[in-house]
Every structure is written in C-alpha cells, then in structure tokens.
Design a protein around this ligand. Structure first.
Ligand code: SF4
Length: 292
C-alpha cells in the first residue's frame, strides 16, 4: 500500500530532506522503525511526499547561500518505488538547476541510474555518495538486509562512483553483537573500502540501537534466524537503547588504523564536516567569511 501526502516543507533546518517515509529494504536492525519517529502506518507502506519536488524547488530558489542538501538519513532515497516515480531523480535535477551540492546515503544500486546528474553536480559544486555496508558475507547480508542489493554490488557502485570522480563514504554501521562484530568481517570490508578508494568512513561506535518499535522487529528476526541469540541479548543488554559489541574497542582500533594508513577521513564528526561543506563556500571563505 502506498500513502500519498502533501507537505508544507521539505528541508530541515540543517538542509536535510526525506523524499519518502517508510522503507521496503527490510533491514532487520532498522532504527527508523522506532516509535519515536511517529510513523502512523506500517513501515513498509511507503508515504510519498507528493509535492516534494516543487517544495525543494521553491526552498532552493529562496536560499541566499548555496549549501549541501543531504538525504537518506531516515529513508533510503532509492527504494524500489523510486524506479517508477523518479522523485529522487527529479529532486537531483532541482539541486543541479539551482547549483547546490548533494550528499546522499543509500544501500541501493539504483543510485547508478542517476550517476549522470550526480557527476554533473559534482563538477559544478560537490556530490558525495554514501553507502551503508555492514556485512561482507553475502548470505548473511541477505538475512540482515533482505530486499536490497548485497555488499558485493554496493562496492561495485562505490567503485563506479569513484571512477566518475564522485567521492564516497562508507557507513560501517550497525555492527550487531555476536553476528557481524568479528575481525574477519571488518577486515574484509576495509579491504573493499581500500579497493573502492573511499574518501570517508564512519561507525557510530561498534554496536547498534534498540528502541521501542525496532527492538520488537529485531528480536522477531533473531528468533527466526539466530534463535540462540535472543536470550543472550536480553541477558547482556536488557532494555538498553544503545548497545555496544563486546569487540567494540578492538574493532575500533583496527578501523582507525586503517583510516590513518590509507588517508581515509574517519569518524562522524569529520565525515559529516566533509559531507556538508559546500565546495564553493569552501573556496570563497576568505572573501565572504562571516557573510550570511
Ligand atoms: S535501508 Fe535504512 S530505512 Fe530502509 S530498512 Fe534499511 S535501515 Fe531501515
């Protein structure tokens, strides 16, 4: 079922947008399912913001200063429905028209459809393509993130973006205790990051979040695919919101060392700074510093 809704605004105060609400990729750990986000319908029943493109056009035409527009934090902008609706593509056209930059986060290879516009935006200002990668093992990946392309394909996308001159970032998160929080998984992903020449990498700590709404969904999946683990989680973490892998420190050390040795920007603060710093603003800082 698809819900259609007209909105009054599309951009947040920090220039982030969600073109859809809800997601059909089915990741078993999805934090966006948490009740605090106030979804009033089933998460898979996508809400289409019917006037998203017009709202973005209007918002960007009123902005005095160019900046990066970000998307993908709450909903993947390349859900399967996008193939037909092309709302993300139309928003990218608006961003290109107004000569803003864009930084988007996805798990889907559908982003390759828009590599032409992304490349042009990157030439005029700046584009960053970010991908979430959690699991090297393809079979495990299909359990954790069942309805979207697997890690192997996502790295192919990152390589294509790099070959097109577009910088990329990997979100190595969430790392699920006792499931993908092992050294082999992390090392293999880091090796692929090296081959794909990613610009940045972040982890949000080595762990995951469990809140009302996503906890129930996650535990239901644990029962189905890892029946022995549900008890283990309840014993170790109770009802904690942010849970860390017991291997957190060791894996963090490995990731930090990799980033340092390979000139990869590491960590949320630095990566977000990179993703939100508009190229033209960067060049003009000395001339317009302080000008709002
Ligand atoms: S892609 Fe993101 S929003 Fe979609 S199900 Fe997975 S974690 Fe949730």
């Amino acid at each position: 079922m698809i819900n259609y809704k007209e909105y009054k605004t599309i951009l947040s105060a920090k220039n982030n947008m969600n073109i859809y609400r809800g997601c059909t990729h089915g990741c078993i750990y999805c934090d966006s399912r948490s009740e605090i986000y106030g979804m009033t319908y089933t998460f898979e029943n996508i809400e289409v913001k019917t006037n998203a493109v017009e709202l973005l056009d209007e918002a960007l035409s009123k902005k005095r200063k160019k900046c990066m527009i970000t998307t993908g934090a709450m909903t993947d902008p390349y859900i399967p429905l996008e193939k037909e609706l092309k709302n993300t593509r139309k928003c990218l056209e608006v961003i290109e028209k107004h000569e803003f930059g864009v930084s988007l986060l996805t798990k889907s290879d559908l982003v390759l459809r828009d590599i032409d516009i992304l490349g042009r935006i990157n030439k005029k200002s700046k584009c960053v393509v970010q991908m979430t990668i959690t699991t090297y093992d393809e079979e495990l990946c299909k359990i954790l993130e069942p309805n979207v392309c697997t890690t192997k394909r996502r790295f192919e996308v990152l390589m294509e973006m790099h070959n097109a001159g577009i910088p990329t970032v990997v979100w190595l998160t969430p790392i699920l205790p006792f499931i993908n929080d092992n050294e082999e998984n992390i090392l293999r992903i880091l090796d692929c990051c090296k081959q794909a020449k990613v610009t940045g990498l972040l982890t949000f700590g080595i762990g995951m979040t469990l809140r009302y709404g996503n906890r129930e969904y996650y535990f239901k999946n644990l029962e189905e695919y890892f029946p022995e683990l549900k008890k283990e989680y309840m014993k170790k973490y109770g009802s904690s919101y942010g849970i860390k892998s017991p291997n957190s420190q060791k894996l963090t050390r490995i990731i930090k060392k990799f980033c340092k040795n390979n000139d990869v920007i590491y960590g949320e603060k630095e990566v977000f700074k990179f993703c939100t710093l508009f190229a033209e603003q960067n060049n003009q800082l000395s001339i317009f510093d302080g000008d709002q």
